[in-house]
Ligand binder design. Structure first.
Ligand code: NAD
Length: 497
């Protein structure tokens, strides 16, 4: 880790907080307290203690933010040339990199995640702004051949004011992957970060303003889903909603947006399989399986929470995965452990309830399965790395998203059976496959019902590769050029000559 990052992390850990954190909404290019005056606490998951306060927004604050975004859409942002917008987004990417230490430490404190992982998220956020900065002035339409009597072409117009509703597991990454393409397309944004993790979106707004983003182009209103999120997605002045979160909330968001016929992108949950075929490089597969479920303590929509393994390598995979899981070291995120805490007491209870439910059905974990604390301090909302072996396809451990460090193993007789198990849930977000047989890998890639497939490297790809889900995992795509198109309305123009 960089010396400057390690030093700030250590200082923050000792102080219990980070100086100068934002504590109000960012609306129309400045800080504003909640109109109703309310505030909320932000908690450090590694110590289970509150460490900061922020504004508890409601419908009035949302109305201010949407009005500001509408004015900016009609005003400076809408009038700028694409090249000028691109220069500001590129300056934004550089500014994010300059503020990387503070962003990473704030994110680690707010989410609980290891600061090294948070630093990776910051680099990814900068890269998102860089990528879309380069795409702004290449957003070309088509010319359409109608024959000699006509000239027809398409225009890509920005959809308008975009709402971004953000979850707590990857607050900065999710904000960046939604905000950067929306701004690139010429839209303006009102973002509502999760009430558990408001800091990085607010910091991002101030950083981008410093890089030249005009007032009103990006607004951030904090508060709960009920008080601030619901009025945002139901607001008639919003033209598109990008929601990342749970299936249950996604349904409500879609219903609210339906009242105004507002378009939605839904990035929801997952129960993603990592298929390990017998001919694979087992070292590579073990690395992949461990990262897929224990990174960010399993709090990842695209976590590889199901290991689907061919029977002939089942015993060896278990031995190796167990050995690696036992070596994970729990600790406060700012000490950069290999396993951080869960984000909240409430969420840890949800994870524990899944494991307790499995026990009640007669299943016993091979390892883990209990609440835990930071071994250095005795504090925090930790949960042991947990593995259940040979679980039946219909069991809730296979079917339900747990969103914690809980791996469920399913055994397959061959590649065909592995595919059937991989497709055996209502989700369709990600599938991973480990094999040396590229034909087998591509056959699975073709036949699996998932928005993205990772071959021989789980989480492979970046901002360039489109991302999104099928079925209960949602619809619409973020990242890549697909992510940019989500924020465009296509207009066709046809002239009779
Ligand atoms: P959540 O649905 O509880 O909350 C997500 C966001 O929605 C928060 O900002 C919350 O305040 C807001 N919200 C809550 N109620 C709302 C309402 N009625 N109207 C508008 N906004 C509302 O989800 P969570 O527990 O914060 O996040 C975990 C879930 O998110 C998991 O299911 C995970 O798989 C999913 N997720 C998906 C992706 C993806 O890209 N597919 C990425 C990260 C997380």
């Amino acid at each position: 880790m960089r010396a400057s990052l390690a030093e700030l992390a250590a200082r923050t850990l000792a102080a219990g907080t980070l100086e100068g954190l934002p504590d109000r909404h960012w609306i129309d290019g400045g800080w504003h307290g909640a109109r109703a005056g309310g505030t909320m606490e932000s908690w450090d998951a590694g110590t289970a203690r509150p460490y900061a306060r922020f504004a508890a927004g409601d419908a009035d604050d949302i109305a201010d933010a949407v009005a500001s975004a509408r004015a900016a859409f009609a005003g400076p942002w809408g009038r700028m040339t694409p090249a000028e917008r691109g220069r500001i987004l590129l300056a934004g990417a550089e500014a994010i990199r300059r503020h990387a230490d503070r962003l990473a430490v704030a994110e680690a404190l707010d989410v609980g995640k290891p600061v090294g992982e948070a630093d990776g998220d910051v680099r990814g956020a900068a890269r998102a702004f860089e990528y879309y900065a380069g795409a702004v002035d290449k957003l070309q339409g088509d010319s359409i051949p109608l024959g000699n009597g006509y000239i027809a072409f398409t225009l890509n117009e920005p959809v308008g004011v975009v709402a971004q509703v953000i979850p707590w597991n990857y607050p900065l990454s999710t904000a960046a992957r939604g905000i950067a393409p929306a701004l690139a397309a010429g839209c303006t944004v009102v973002a509502k970060p999760a009430e558990q993790t408001p800091m990085s979106a607010l910091m991002l707004a101030e950083i981008l303003a410093g890089a030249g983003l005009p007032p009103g182009v990006l607004n951030v209103v904090t508060g709960t889903g009920a008080a601030a999120g619901a009025p945002l997605v139901a607001h008639a002045g919003v033209d598109h909603v990008t929601f990342t979160g749970s299936v249950a909330t996604g349904r409500k968001v879609m219903q609210a947006a339906a009242q105004n016929i507002t378009g939605v992108t839904l990035e929801l949950g997952g129960k993603s399989p990592v298929v390990v075929l017998a001919d694979c490089d087992l070292d590579q597969a073990v690395d992949g399986v461990i990262g897929a479920i224990f990174e960010n303590a399993g709090q990842i929509c695209s976590a590889g929470s199901r290991l689907v393994v061919e029977r002939s390598v089942h015993a060896e995979m278990i031995e190796r995965v167990m050995a690696r899981a036992r070596r994970l070291v729990m600790g406060h995120g700012l000490r950069n452990p290999t396993l951080g805490p869960l984000n909240s007491a409430e969420h840890r209870e949800r994870v524990a309830a899944h494991v307790d439910g499995a026990r009640a059905r007669g299943l016993t974990p091979l390892t883990g399965g209990k609440r835990a604390v930071d071994p250095e301090t005795g504090l925090g909302w930790f949960f042991e790395p947990t593995i259940f072996d040979d679980v039946a396809p219909a069991d809730p451990l296979v079917q339900e998203e747990i969103f914690g460090p809980v791996l469920t193993i399913q055994v397959a007789e061959d590649a065909g059976a592995a595919l059937a198990l991989a497709n055996g849930t209502e989700y369709g977000l990600v599938a991973g496959v480990y094999t040396r047989d590229i034909g087998a890998a591509l056959t699975l890639a073709r036949d699996v019902d998932a928005g993205q497939v990772y071959i021989n490297e789980y989480f492979a790809g970046g901002i360039e590769t489109p991302f999104g889900g099928n079925r209960l995992s949602g619809f619409g795509r973020e990242k890549g050029l697909e992510g940019l198109r989500a924020y465009c309305k296509v207009k066709s123009v046809t002239a009779r000559l």
